[in-house]
Structure formats: structure tokens, C-alpha cells
Design a binder for this molecule. Structure first.
Ligand SMILES: Cc1cc2nc3c(=O)[nH]c(=O)nc-3n(C[C@H](O)[C@H](O)[C@H](O)COP(=O)(O)OP(=O)(O)OC[C@H]3O[C@@H](n4cnc5c(N)ncnc54)[C@H](O)[C@@H]3O)c2cc1C
Length: 468
């Protein structure tokens, strides 16, 4: 029997596959599409995701394909000119198309031994005490000990589980596509500057290869957002919004997205889990969805591997829901707030003005940026040092020491021992500004202190019983 079936080879699914393979867990990824999508949704990675790819030794490959942009305070398309200092070794946004992120993560997962089966849509699901059986569209079945639905916002797995997906429906749709424009670049730029003074859901940015990425409000809300708009619909909406269609033609791809916010009530039902867009959807404001999915996978991967490998403490798997559900709930709130703040209405313009003034305060700017970049996330791991529950920033070679997926005892004193857990916890003597710390495999701080007894308790809590 396979250890874990992952449904969906989007960024969440392939990240999770790689995390499980790091721990030797057998993984089959079932992906409905025969080929990777040609639509480019996400355009970048935020600080926490960049830190994660650094923790797994992938940073150079990503930097080679991306562009670093300065970290400016931004929220709801209010962008402040000054840079904001965040407590990270990676203070930038990495501009990289989602297609490249997916390709690099897929290569990483495959290199680690994950099997990805394309053209395999999951249509049925049953589970019992021993395992989960997925039924494919061609009638074949595959059984595994666990299954994770990483199959996007319309998740078949979520629906088959009967997990509720409460939230707010879409109020406005936006069209997005890549196409050629016959209007001269100066005209496009001038119109864009003028229209964006009042309509923030409009944009036409050159991609450097003769094409433009064009964004324009749709006329109403579509019955089925999976049906792509036509170039005629795009032209109509450009004329309605900007007074010209710029001579739009030869689309590479066209799509539409809404602003619904919904979250799965439960991230786990027995042996089945939900992650990424399958667990939460929200508007793309602030560019957080793909990042959130990668971070879900980073949280779940080591826990599920621990369960499969037989050393997971009793409630470890349930901490996936208790830690990640509140994080996504917060993203739903901040993206909905940002989306509402884009409206061209007098009251909203007034609120934007006040918010813009507030963002001149460094603490406000930092608070919002830590939210959007996810480095402000703090899991509720109980009382303790202020770092407990937070991710630890890189110090020296700390992140390089985490590439094998084990937890880490950071002990500059050299007096503490995690010997019984050496197969699950590495050790380094890096100075990190505290006496000693225990990091989980996802880089979050489980414990800070200097007492061996306390450390032993925390090792058992997160990594199970010591080897005899
Ligand atoms: C316009 C737009 C711009 C965005 N910009 C950003 C951004 O800048 N930054 C950011 O972080 N996020 C952004 N996002 C969000 C981001 O694109 C998503 O959050 C991300 O793709 C979610 O990844 P996922 O792997 O969870 O799901 P998906 O990418 O949806 O992948 C799910 C996969 O599952 C497969 N699948 C579906 N059903 C089945 C089935 N039954 N059986 C087998 N396989 C199945 C699908 O084919 C797909 O490959 C944007 C989204 C949009 C719409």
C-alpha cells in the first residue's frame, strides 16, 4: 500500500510531496491535468516562502529565475515609497511566475523520489481504519494509508468528504489575461496612469516579450468562473473601463477570478487532510494564496511523515488544523479588507486616505507587512519565551542545517543533549540570541531555555519517545 496519496500537483501538492519524501515516505501525486497549466496566476514569493525554500536548499535555483524587489509597505494597493526593515535574512519580494515556482518545486519533489501521475482525476473516496481508497475517472482505484486533497478551490476531495466551506460569495469578478496590444506603449502607460487614479482593478503591464498582462473589471459575476472569457469580452470591458481596447488581440491565455472568501470547517477527516486552496480561497490581493499553500504543506509534511514513520506523539496530526486554520482565517480577513478597499467609492476613498496616513508610522507598516509576508505568524504553543511558536529567522548557517528535514537543537552552550532523538533532531551551536532553542522541522520555535529537563519534555512532546 502507498503511504500517502496527494491529489493535485499544484504548488501545495508538490511541496508536500517533497516534504514527505525527505522523510522516506512513499508518495503518489494524482493530477487531473495532462500538462501543467499555461495560465500564470501568482507572480511572486513573500519572505516566509523564500525562507522555506532556503531551508530546503532551493534558494539559488529560485533566485536564478526570479527578480528581487524591495520590501515596501503595501496594503490594498497603497504603496509607500520607503523600504521597511523586517527581521529576516531575505528582505525582499521574489518576483517569479507561478509556472516557474511549480516547475522548480516539482523537480525538487521528483528528485526526492515522488511519483507524479498526470491525467489522473480523482472522482471518488472511501476510508476505513486501515486506509483511504481513491477512485480515478477511468474507474481504477488506489489505496494509501493517508490522502491529502491539494486539489484547489473547487476541491473534489473536500466535496467528497462533505466538509463545509462557509464564507462570502464573490461580489465582483475581474478578467486577467496575457495578450498583444497594438496601441503604442506610451499610450498604454498614459491611459493606465489616468484610469488607476480611480479604478484599482485595472492594469496593463508589459511582460517584456511583446505581450501585456491585462487586468480589467468584468461585467457582473460569472455563473462558472472556470469558463474562460473571450477576447471580445476583454475588449468590451477595456472600452467600458478605459475608453479604449488598446487594439487587444492574440491572447496567450484569458481567465477570470472572483473575490469570494471561504474556508473549510475542518482540515482533517480521519485519514484525509485538506491543504492549500482546497482548504481556503480568498481574493489575490497582496499575493498570498500560493504562499499560504506552500506554508500549509510545510506545516503538514513533517507531521504526516512522523505519523507514517511511527514516531508521532498522539495529537501531532491534529495540530495541523489547530495551527493552520487560524492563519488562513487571518489571510481571508486581510485579503477581503484589501479587496473592499479597492472600491472607487467616497467612503472607501476616505478610509484609504486614513490608512495611507497610518502606514507612515513604521510600526503600522511593519505590522501589515509581517502579515502579508507571513513572518508575523505565531502558532499557539502555550506559554513561554516570545519566540515560541514563531519561525526563527536565519542566523549564520542555521537554515542550511535544516535541509534534511529534521528538527534542530540550537545549543551554543554545548551543555544540552537530544541524543535519544538524533534520528529526528540535529544539533548546531549557532548563536541565535537566546540560551538555547528547539526548532521543529518547519523552522518554528518549540522551546527556548537552558534546562535539560524542560528540553527533554519538549523533545518528547514534538518528536515522541527517545530511541532506546
Ligand atoms: C489572478 C490570480 C493571481 C494570484 N496571484 C497570487 C500571488 O501573486 N501570490 C500568491 O501567493 N498567490 C496568488 N494567487 C493564488 C494562487 O494562484 C493559488 O493560491 C495557488 O495556485 C494555490 O495552489 P494549490 O496547489 O493549493 O491549488 P491549485 O494551484 O489550484 O492546484 C490544484 C491542482 O489540483 C488539480 N486537481 C483539481 N481537481 C483534481 C482532481 N479531482 N483530481 C486530481 N487533480 C485535481 C488541478 O488540476 C491543479 O493542478 C493568485 C490567484 C489568482 C487567481
Amino acid at each position: 500500500m502507498t503511504d500517502v496519496i496527494i491529489v493535485g500537483a499544484g504548488p501545495t501538492g508538490v511541496m508536500l510531496a517533497a516534504e514527505l519524501r525527505l522523510h522516506g515516505v512513499g508518495v503518489v501525486v494524482l493530477e487531473a491535468a495532462a500538462e501543467p497549466a499555461d495560465i500564470v496566476k501568482a507572480l511572486g514569493l513573500h519572505v516566509r516562502s523564500i525562507e522555506i525554500i532556503d531551508q530546503r536548499g532551493l534558494l539559488d535555483a529560485f533566485l536564478a529565475e526570479g527578480q528581487r524587489h524591495p520590501l515596501r509597505s503595501h496594503f490594498a494597493a497603497i504603496v509607500k515609497p520607503g523600504e521597511v526593515t523586517l527581521d529576516t535574512a531575505h528582505p525582499y519580494i521574489l518576483g517569479i511566475p507561478q509556472s516557474a515556482t511549480e516547475r522548480l518545486l516539482t523537480e525538487h519533489a521528483v528528485k526526492l523520489g515522488a511519483e507524479i501521475r498526470r491525467g489522473n482525476a480523482v472522482v471518488g473516496l472511501t476510508q476505513d481504519d486501515d486506509g483511504v481508497t481513491a477512485e480515478l475517472a477511468d474507474g481504477t482505484r488506489l489505496t494509501a494509508r493517508y490522502l491529502v486533497g491539494c486539489d484547489g478551490g473547487r476541491s473534489a476531495v473536500r466535496k467528497l468528504l462533505g466538509v463545509a466551506f462557509p464564507g462570502e460569495p464573490s461580489r465582483v469578478d475581474t478578467l486577467l489575461g496575457e495578450m498583444k496590444l497594438t496601441a503604442p506603449p506610451e499610450t498604454v502607460a498614459a491611459v493606465m496612469t489616468e484610469i488607476r487614479k480611480t479604478e484599482l482593478r485595472f492594469g496593463a503591464g508589459p511582460l517584456g516579450d511583446g505581450n501585456y498582462r491585462v487586468l480589467v473589471p468584468a461585467d457582473g459575476v460569472a455563473d462558472d468562473r472556470a469558463v474562460a472569457p473571450t477576447i471580445e469580452e476583454f475588449r468590451r470591458q477595456l472600452v467600458a473601463t478605459a475608453g479604449t481596447d488598446f487594439g487587444a488581440h492574440s491572447p496567450r491565455w484569458l481567465s477570470r477570478f472572483g473575490d469570494a472568501t471561504r474556508q473549510a470547517e475542518r482540515y482533517r477527516v480521519g485519514r484525509v487532510f485538506l491543504a492549500g486552496d482546497a482548504a481556503h480561497i480568498h481574493p489575490p490581493t497582496g499575493g498570498q494564496g500560493l504562499n499560504l499553500g506552500i506554508q500549509d504543506a510545510f506545516n503538514l509534511g513533517w507531521k504526516l511523515a512522523a505519523q507514517v514513520n511511527g514516531w508521532a506523539p498522539g495529537d501531532l496530526l491534529d495540530t495541523y488544523h489547530s495551527e493552520r486554520h487560524p492563519v488562513a482565517a487571518d489571510v481571508l480577513t486581510n485579503t477581503a479588507a484589501q479587496m473592499h478597499l479597492l472600491a472607487n467609492e467616497p467612503g472607501v476613498r476616505a478610509v484609504r486616505h486614513v490608512l495611507s496616513e497610518l502606514m507612515d508610522f513604521e510600526n503600522v507598516a511593519r505590522f501589515l507587512l509581517e502579515k502579508v509576508t507571513a513572518i508575523g505568524v505565531r502558532y499557539d504553543l502555550g506559554d513561554g519565551h516570545e519566540l515560541v511558536g514563531r519561525r526563527m529567522r536565519n542566523h549564520g548557517d542555521l537554515y542550511a542545517s535544516m535541509r534534511d528535514g529534521r528538527g534542530l537543537l540550537v545549543d551554543p552552550t554545548g551543555r544540552l543533549s537530544a541524543e535519544g532523538w538524533a534520528d529526528r533532531v540535529g544539533r548546531v551551536s549557532e548563536e541565535v540570541g537566546v540560551p538555547a532553542a528547539l526548532l521543529r522541522p518547519d523552522g518554528h520555535v518549540a522551546w527556548v531555555g537552558d534546562s535539560q529537563d524542560d528540553l527533554t519534555g519538549q523533545l518528547t512532546r514534538w518528536f515522541g519517545e527517545p530511541a532506546s
